[in-house]
Design a protein around this ligand. Structure first.
Ligand code: ARG
Length: 571
């Protein structure tokens, strides 16, 4: 049950006006408070406290209110009845979303022939969690791994291979497209070196760059040799990409379709652009002007065909919009990338408006901040390289192993992996996603504080209590007398739906992570002050506490699930 919603709607109905309801940190005087009397006093020409005194009796008539009182200059505190909390918390969480949407979610979006690195962490983790929350709320989501598989980087990789193996059949005039070329597949570790080497060379060697541009355009136009070579390294790269992604326990993408798929729709999109007179010739290229008179910041045109006749990244995103329109026809499209792509999406959304593909209000770009090292600069490995995603996972796993060894525990490798995963993902989720954060493998693996291991530890502990007490008969009373620790914990479980809703509405996955942390703290305090398994606890008390522990565990497990973490059996 969405407690906040239920209570505020009931109060609004009773009083005949909308009150602003808060959940105070200090619960001594109430579970909810409102400044309604203070807000209304002015227009009513009354003293706020006097007005509050008039409101109190009405509030007390509500069947879930145990007491209502005035504090300070006119705050109203509302305390809920124990039996109401008790019954409400026994009900399963259920969500009522008024407007269900079809949402295309574009995240992950890795690149062929470039191994996954730290820059892909947030788009993967936050994207997956946002998708899980949207699904939980009832939306129909379609996740796109919009792969970078058709642009200049492909031309660079092919040019590099050509430079090093000019004798390979792909580059010969008598190339046979029907032969089997699988023996040319290279190990991914080797493939991963090509792009950086080619990009570095292209910076200093103009003719090499020119060749890469030429190859990109020819590849896109269907050059048989280049396409056959592409088909040799593409699966090598895809497999490695998917292996790395699977280590993050994110849901499989609904569509692994990127630039190459989008480029198939160049014809209808070009037609659309020409019909609307949007394509303009410029230095041998064709561009779309997106600048408005009201712009104060620079707004460059979008390149549709470059001077070699190839479609660059910017253009493929227009085709991708077209593809999504004719397949999903979504109500909303959400893109999750590094904040540095802000301008690209601003341009794209303008093209969408100009072509009539989608109104700008239905498209959203969430730009996330950078993950930095302790020096405040983008995180690098010890040898000064940009950290690969696999390296990061190893690094965290090692840190977990060391901690576990130091504590003298003996945990299975699955458990270590689950803890490492939680450390990595929770740390990412708890940070405001639009800001930069500092990544420290040491502190994120701590078993205390705002960390993934602490969250898992609490879940494992609750599970273990419930397992040990499996003899317990569950009680079916309608009422209970609750201690402060018990009521605070149960009220927190009743905030699950609202948290999921706000996390989605605000595109703020940190709300889910913070909620998990607060819930864990309340659960641990409850267990500390309200022992369950001790011999001297009488049967009724034990049964009540067990039920509370079960509700807390179920809610925590649901929260953990939204974050894509795995609860181990032991810790
Ligand atoms: N592949 C791009 C990159 O790594 C991200 C693509 C984001 N999605 C999109 N539809 N443009 O920077």
């Amino acid at each position: 049950m969405n407690l906040y919603q239920y209570v505020s709607e009931s109060i609004n109905k009773k009083l005949g006006f909308t009150v602003n309801l808060e959940t105070p940190r200090n619960r001594e005087f109430g579970d909810f408070s409102t400044n309604a009397a203070m807000v209304m006093a002015k227009s009513a020409g009354k003293n706020p406290r006097a007005l509050a005194d008039e409101i109190l009796p009405k509030l007390r008539e509500l069947d879930f209110v145990a007491d209502a009182s005035v504090a300070g200059p006119g705050f109203i505190n509302i305390k809920l009845r124990d039996d109401f909390i008790w019954r409400a918390s026994a009900m399963p969480h259920d969500i009522k979303t008024d407007t269900l949407m079809i949402i295309d979610m574009d995240y992950g979006s890795y690149n062929v022939a470039k191994s996954l690195h730290i820059g892909h962490l947030r788009t993967s983790i936050v994207g997956d969690t946002l998708n899980r929350i949207a699904k939980y709320l009832g939306h129909h989501t379609i996740s796109y791994n919009h792969i970078g598989d058709w642009g200049r980087s492909m031309g660079l990789v092919i040019a590099w291979i050509k430079k090093n193996h000019p004798d390979w059949p792909f580059f010969q005039p008598d190339f046979d497209p029907d032969a089997d070329y699988s023996k040319y597949a290279m190990p991914v570790a080797e493939l991963d070196t090509y792009y950086p080497a080619a990009a570095a060379l292209a910076k200093t060697d103009d003719s090499f760059m020119e060749q890469a541009r030429q190859i990109t355009a020819e590849l896109q136009r269907g050059h048989p040799g280049y396409n056959a070579l592409y088909n040799v390294f593409f699966p090598v790269s895809m497999k490695s990409m998917m292996d790395t992604v699977s280590r993050l326990n994110i849901m499989p993408f609904d569509r692994n379709l990127g630039e190459r798929n989008a480029a198939k729709y160049v014809e209808p999109v070009e037609k659309l652009l020409r019909e609307k007179n949007l394509l303009v010739k410029s230095d041998g290229a064709e561009v779309i002007v997106v600048k408005k008179d009201t712009d104060t910041a620079p707004m460059p045109p979008v390149m549709f065909y470059n001077s070699h006749g190839a479609v660059p990244y910017d253009a493929t995103d227009i085709m991708a919009l077209y593809y999504r329109k004719i397949t999903d026809n979504p109500d909303k499209i959400i893109y999750l990338t590094d904040i540095r792509q802000k301008l690209h999406f601003e341009q794209l959304f303008r093209v969408a408006e100009l072509t009539g593909l989608f109104p700008a209000k239905d498209m959203e770009h969430i730009g996330y901040g950078t993950i930095n090292g302790s020096d405040g600069k983008p995180f690098k490995t010890r040898d000064g390289n940009a950290a690969g995603l696999n390296d990061i996972i190893e690094m965290i796993t090692d840190a977990v192993k060391q901690r576990v060894a130091a504590s003298g525990k003996n945990l299975s490798s699955e458990t270590i992996d689950a803890i490492a995963l939680a450390a990595l993902k929770f740390n990412d989720l708890i940070h405001d996603l639009r800001s930069d954060y500092i990544f420290d493998p040491e502190s994120v693996t701590s078993f205390e504080g705002r960390t993934g291991p602490y969250i898992l530890y609490t879940a494992v502990r609750l599970n273990s209590i419930l397992r040990k007490a499996d003899d317990a008969t569950s009680i079916s009373t309608d009422s209970a007398v609750l201690s402060d620790d018990e009521r605070n914990l149960l009220i927190a479980t009743l905030d699950f739906e609202r948290t999921a809703q706000s996390a989605f509405d605000n595109r703020a996955t940190d709300m889910i992570a913070n909620y998990a942390y607060d819930l864990c703290q309340l659960a641990n305090t409850f267990y500390h002050n309200c022992p369950i398994l001790r011999e001297d606890i009488d049967a009724t008390t034990r049964a009540q506490r067990l039920q509370i522990a079960r509700i807390a565990r179920d809610t925590l497990a649901q929260t953990i699930d939204l974050m894509g973490l795995i609860i181990p059996d032991e810790m």
